[in-house]
Design a protein around this ligand. Sequence first.
Ligand code: ADP
Ligand code: ADP
Ligand code: ZN
Length: 217
Amino acid sequence: MRLILVGPPGAGKGTQATNIIEKYGIPHISTGNILRDHIRRKTPLGEIADGYISKGQLVPDDLVLALVTERLKLDDCKHGFLLDGFPRTVVQAEALDQYLHELGCQINSLVNIVVPDDVLVHRISERRTCLDCNASFHLLYKQPKKPGFCDLCGGELIQRSDDNEKAVSKRLEVFHHNTAPVIEFYRKQGLALDVDGTQTIDKVTTSIEVALNRVVE
Ligand code: ADP
Ligand code: ADP
Ligand code: ZN
């Protein structure tokens, strides 16, 4: 199964990705996580990406595309993958479609988690992210069992440096301007599935499952 998970910042992509990858036995490819890993390791790509991410801007298409196509070449992607946070521009979507076309395959579906901006701001301001495994928690809606530490790996929970008011408002603007057209790009191909992301975490999981059960591989 070749899937895209899309939605504005804070929609619940990372939270929902876990269930989807388990259900289909596919790898989770989050461009945000990969870029943050480069920043942590202080690689040349990380230094460039940091300048954009900290301001809430998109990292240039060519850099992200190089990163994703390298990742998709790995063996674990042979039978599918879940792309989380990619493609975020129509240029990225067209390049992805072209890349898959050359391999003789295509995206099966795009899951679009729909959440209005005012809800997102509240989610992001109380989000805490694991420094080691990127799992996300929420001080109200998904509290870690031990405050300050990750339930999954015990790593330290931090507030992402781009989860501040200024960067969040820029990210929302970028979503509406650059990423909403990506959803329409796949909708025209009949591949977009909208899910109400304002429900509880478990209900969103069920809605995604129900929607994906209709998708043929
Ligand atoms: P969010 O939780 O806000 O959806 P992500 O972790 O997916 O955020 O991405 C964080 C940041 O990483 C983005 O604001 C952007 O700067 C950069 N980024 C992630 N994916 C992409 C992409 N596909 N294209 C360009 N920039 C990206
Ligand atoms: P994204 O990857 O789309 O940026 P996350 O999965 O990190 O979003 O979720 C953003 C924040 O909202 C996190 O703190 C998460 O625990 C919380 N969250 C996710 N889904 C829901 C939901 N359905 N209801 C309430 N809070 C949620
Ligand atoms: Zn962790």
